[in-house]
Structure formats: C-alpha cells, structure tokens
Write a protein that binds this ligand. Structure first.
Ligand SMILES: NC(=O)c1ccc[n+]([C@@H]2O[C@H](COP(=O)([O-])OP(=O)(O)OC[C@H]3O[C@@H](n4cnc5c(N)ncnc54)[C@H](OP(=O)(O)O)[C@@H]3O)[C@@H](O)[C@H]2O)c1
Length: 249
C-alpha cells in the first residue's frame, strides 16, 4: 500500500477544483482528477504532472451512476484506500433561468431545474461518498470536503440583516443547504472513526461560475478545501468553514 496520500477531486478540470488538486499535489498528495470528459481530466492531470507532481485522470460525470462504480473500482484496485475526497463539482443553473428577477426564482423555478441541480450538487455527492467510504475508512486520516457555499446558509438567508437576504437562487441555495445537512449527519455517523467531514465555502471566486467580478482568485478560492483536506487528527468535523473562519449553518 502506498504511503503517499491519495485524493479524488470531482470537477477538477478547471476552476476551484483544478486549483485544489494542484495545491494538494504540491503538498505531496497524489491527486486523481475527476472530470465529466476524460480528455479534460487528462489535460488537467498533464498540467500538474508538468510541474513534476503526481496526478492521474478519471472520467467522472455526476449524472452517471456507473462513473461512481468505476471510480471505486479504480481506486480500490490501484491503491486499496483513499485519504481525501473533495466533492467539488457543482452547478448554478438558476442564472440560466430567464425568469430570475431580483435573484429570487423560488416561485417560478422549474422542477426540472431543481431536480437537475440536486442530482449534481447533492444526490451524486451522497452516492459517491457512501461508495468511497470503505476506502476512506482504510486511510489513517480520511478527510471528506463538501464544497458548499455561503448561499447554503439557512440562518443567513433567514436574516434580513444577514447580507444574503436579497440573494436567493432557489435551486442552488437549497442544494447546498442539503449538502450542509449531509455534512452534519455524516460527521455524526463517523464520530467514532478517524474520518472527518466538513463543508467549505470557497469565497466569491473568479471562475466560470463566480464570474469576472468575483473578489478572489481560483488559487485563493482553493485554500479552504485544501486546509480541510489536510486537517490534523485533532481538527474539527461536522463544521462549515471559509478559510479558518467557522460559518453559521
Ligand atoms: N466560484 C464561486 O464564487 C463559488 C462560490 C461558492 C461555492 N462555489 C462552489 O465551488 C465549486 C466549484 O465551483 P467553480 O467556481 O470552480 O465552478 P466552475 O468553474 O463552473 O467549475 C465547475 C466544475 O464542476 C464540473 N461539473 C459540472 N457539472 C458536472 C457534472 N454533471 N459532473 C461532473 N462534474 C461537473 C465542471 O465540469 P465541466 O468543465 O465539464 O463543465 C467543472 O469542472 C462548486 O461546487 C461551487 O458551487 C463556488
């Protein structure tokens, strides 16, 4: 069994996911890049290997259940364990909804958009995590990072003074709130194990999702995921962070 830590990062071909993989690889972690298209995964892994670091590529489409099975089979056969799982892949489909007004589409949002968002941002995260959990249990320090968003914070959304009160993307926000609930429930289920699970808010980051006006670079946006991936054994579990600041659920 390899002594090197092994990480699987979904949606790691670009944006925050790619930077997370690159920064973990710089910390001597062997990173497996998951991407919807194998060609994108291969290109991203090659960019990391060009720097003399260790990276591999896997096809992972969150809407394809068979990709979850093939991911488990590859990691099980090749390494027999997994140290870090970063559930990073995500979509914000609400912005494509022409009916979004005042950033609140709760009344008009289609069930189709809600179901697709939950499929990628929530159901696939649960299915992948449950499938890979036996491999994470074999690690000395298994870490699960659920890449959420401050927009998943129920307490901030409910508070007229909370700063997010008037930013409401119904499908995205509810999918990230569900992911946060998964973090809390899974951390409780794993409390007597060495596996830690936390939610990350990357910040507002310049990616395809975050847009050009965002405040943070992708490299800075990856820092919360990297920190939670490499938590010490006395680190937190079942919490929600941006960098080292704990956020309200
Ligand atoms: N950017 C921000 O300001 C911000 C703020 C808070 C939270 N976040 C969260 O951070 C994470 C990364 O976001 P980002 O800003 O880096 O977004 P991004 O640049 O749009 O990248 C999204 C990634 O998710 C992948 N993806 C989309 N649908 C997928 C599917 N069905 N199966 C597998 N992968 C899929 C994309 O793959 P393709 O290249 O194939 O499309 C891409 O790799 C997301 O979970 C997002 O919600 C971002």
């Amino acid at each position: 069994m390899s002594e090197m830590k092994v990480a699987f990062i979904t949606g790691a071909n670009r944006g925050i996911g790619f930077e997370t993989a690159l920064q973990l690889a710089k910390q001597n972690v062997l990173v497996i890049i998951g991407a919807r298209h194998l060609s994108d995964a291969n290109a991203a892994a090659a960019r990391i290997r060009e720097q003399g670091l260790k990276a591999e590529a896997l096809k992972f489409d969150a809407e394809e259940s068979k990709d979850i099975t093939s991911t488990f089979d590859y990691i099980n056969k090749t390494y027999g364990k997994l140290d870090i799982l970063v559930n990073n892949a995500g979509v914000l489909l609400d912005e494509e909804d022409a009916s979004v007004e005042h950033k609140n589409n709760t009344v008009t949002s289609s069930l189709e958009m809600l179901k697709k968002t939950f499929e990628i941002n929530f159901f696939s995260v649960v299915e992948l995590t449950q499938k890979l959990l036996p491999l994470l249990m074999k690690s000395k320090a298994g870490r699960i990072v659920n890449v959420s968003s401050i927009l998943g914070s129920l307490s901030l959304h409910a508070n007229p003074q909370g700063g997010l009160y008037d930013s409401k993307y119904f499908c995205y926000d509810t999918s990230k709130a569900a992911m946060n609930s998964f973090t809390i429930h899974l951390a409780h289920a794993l409390k007597d194990s060495s596996v830690k699970v936390n939610s990350a808010h990357p910040g507002w980051v310049q990616t395809q999702m975050g847009g050009a006006s965002a405040m943070m670079s992708p490299a800075d946006g990856a820092k919360t995921s990297v920190r939670l991936s490499l938590l010490e054994n006395d680190g937190p579990s079942g919490k929600f962070f941006h960098l080292d600041k704990e956020l309200p659920w």
